[in-house]
Write a protein that binds this ligand. Structure first.
Ligand code: C2O
Ligand code: CU
Ligand code: CU
Length: 553
């Protein structure tokens, strides 16, 4: 392990930076905004020699084949297991995977056609699968205490075959933590009377009654989401329909999913992660100075470091996801002669925009997605277009490259009208306005991340909304907090008291709040009744309390 906390801490301004500075000097919000740091978190430094940029071919995640398509539901099966994956060329990295790959296999779903995915947990710890951006019933939404226990994990006391309650686990009594606070702290959260715990397998059913878009599935186990995603538990999930297929957008090999994620490696090629309990069994949390978020120094796209992808001199549709725990990117596409290609945004987290928007660069926070067209037609054959991260420095400035391999005809198009079903809620439609502060604070005697001054407790209902109501939520942040709502898409009404930014367009499920920033979002809570969540999608913040219950009644 080689880390350089001192340097990264000063440079990247984690909690010791931004918050301390703001508190000590009483900087106004405006001043804090003008000194906005590029990141919230601290960076791990890899100890293994890293490959040169733009040499490793971009992998495309395999598309999962259904095990059956008869009847009214398509069925899929996914096994979660530990395996070694070649991430760095010639190096085998032990990872936790869906079906043995990272990213996991891609699920291709059609709107109106429900699917069931049976997950089988062969990992050494409990897991939970959440389909991020999915409009799903509460029982299939991957609530953090709806655990799938692996074989051999202690039976809950009084457990029955369907184990409706997670009580204390034998063998964990008396376990205590180093700092003298109760080692059972996190278990308190697991004592959730509403948890539905299963052993070994669980069926997740997705009605797929939602706008076409790119979703992603990832682990969501209470207190341990960040390290589980870091170890590899993430995959893509598309929803498509005939209307979108009929638009004439680039398709087939000219539609490319890009899952961007940073990682760091030790000298043997193992993933580094500053977990307090590397087995991820008992004690949640990360070491100082990583409490504000874990950043890696290797940028992976679809599981390959700084990859390169051969393309025709034609339009491509890039489906971009930031699957990083804490790293933000601002991406741009730069040619060899320094020209910035247009990034024509056609979709946001929750599907197509009403009309395309042209950007020169696009900021992307953890869990956000963009659907973007890039046209390589004017790039000479043999030329290269680098995707760069304006927020990175040194090697984290590079993301990947496209190598233009040949001239080619192109009959794709970008229609001026993409979709007519983007909701346009108005402030006057809202029946309620709520305020939520996303800030650092104390949680059970330790550092935590809080919403409205409280850390997550599955047994407490934080917000109850009525099915069908439109509400405005005002969110305010201390450091970077990408705030995500389950079940619903929302629109950004305002940012910092002004109009929303160009990249806030469309229907979102995650909004990137920057240090000191406030924003208003508006949504209609429709879909299903039951218990859902909203939380910060900085995965370390999420694990350290920054999550709340959303009851739809
Ligand atoms: Cu992508 Cu509740 O998360
Ligand atoms: Cu989600
Ligand atoms: Cu956060």
């Amino acid at each position: 392990m080689s880390e350089n906390p001192g340097m990264t801490r000063r440079r990247l301004l984690g909690i010791g930076g931004t918050l301390g500075l703001t508190a000590a000097t009483g900087l106004s919000t405006a001043a804090a905004l003008s000194r906005r740091p590029a990141a919230t978190g601290a960076e791990l430094r890899s100890a293994i020699p890293l490959p040169a940029a733009f040499r490793t071919p971009l992998p495309l995640p395999p598309v999962l084949k259904p095990v059956s398509t008869s009847g009214s539901v398509d069925r899929y099966e996914v096994t979660q297991r530990e395996t070694k994956v070649e991430i760095l060329p010639g190096v085998r990295t032990p990872m936790w995977t869906y079906e043995g790959t990272f990213p996991g296999p891609t699920i291709e779903a059609r709107r109106g056609r429900p699917i069931t995915v049976t997950h089988r947990n062969e990992l050494p710890v409990p897991t939970v699968v959440h389909l991020h951006g999915g409009r799903n019933t509460p029982t299939s939404d991957g609530y953090p205490t709806d655990l799938v226990l692996p074989e051999g994990w202690p039976e809950p006391v009084g457990g029955t075959s369907d184990m409706h309650q997670m009580a204390e686990m034998p063998g964990m009594d008396g376990m205590d933590s180093m700092d003298g606070t109760s080692g059972m702290d996190h278990m308190a959260g697991m004592r959730d009377p509403r948890a539905v715990v299963t052993r070994l397998t669980r069926d997740y059913t997705f009605p797929t009654d939602q706008r076409p878009t790119m979703l992603w599935y990832h682990d969501h186990r209470m207190d341990f989401t960040a390290p589980a995603i870091w170890r590899g538990l993430a995959g893509l999930h598309f929803v498509r329909d005939d209307a979108e297929d009929g638009l004439g957008l680039p398709a087939g090999a000219r539609e490319v999913p890009l899952m961007i994620a940073d990682r760091a490696f030790d000298g043997d090629g193992n993933l580094q992660y500053p977990a307090l309990d590397p087995s991820l069994r008992d004690r949640p949390g990360v070491r100082e100075p990583y409490l504000a978020g874990v950043l890696g120094d290797v940028i992976l796209v679809n599981g390959a470091p700084w990859p390169v992808h051969e393309v025709d001199a034609a339009r491509y549709r890039l489906r971009i996801l930031n699957a990083s725990n804490a790293r933000h990117y601002e991406i741009e596409a730069v040619t060899d002669d320094g020209r910035r290609l247009h990034l024509v945004q056609i979709g946001a987290d929750q599907g197509l925009l009403a009309a395309p928007i042209t950007h020169r660069s696009l900021p992307i926070a953890p869990a956000e997605r963009y659907d973007v067209i890039v046209d390589f037609a004017d790039v000479p054959v043999g030329g290269r277009v680098r995707i760069l991260n304006r927020l990175g420095s040194g090697r984290t400035h590079d993301v990947m490259a496209f190598q233009v391999a040949r001239k080619a005809s192109d009959d794709s198009r970008i229609p001026h009208v993409l979709a007519r079903d983007v909701p346009a809620w108005r402030r006057s439609d809202a029946v309620r306005v709520r305020d939520f502060a996303f800030r650092a604070g104390r949680m059970r005697g330790r550092h935590g991340w809080l919403i409205g001054g409280q850390p997550f407790d599955p047994a407490r209902t934080d917000v109850t909304v009525h099915l069908g109501d439109i509400e405005v939520w005002r969110l305010i942040a201390d450091v970077h907090h990408p705030v995500h709502l389950h079940l619903v898409g929302f629109q950004v009404l305002s940012r910092g008291g002004r109009q929303a930014l160009a990249h806030d367009a469309g229907l979102k499920d995650t909004i990137s709040l920057r240090p000191g920033e406030s924003a208003e979002i508006i949504t209609r809570f429709d879909g299903y009744r039951g218990r859902y969540l909203f939380h910060c999608h900085n995965a370390e913040h999420e694990d350290m309390g920054m999550m709340a219950n959303l009851e739809i009644g």
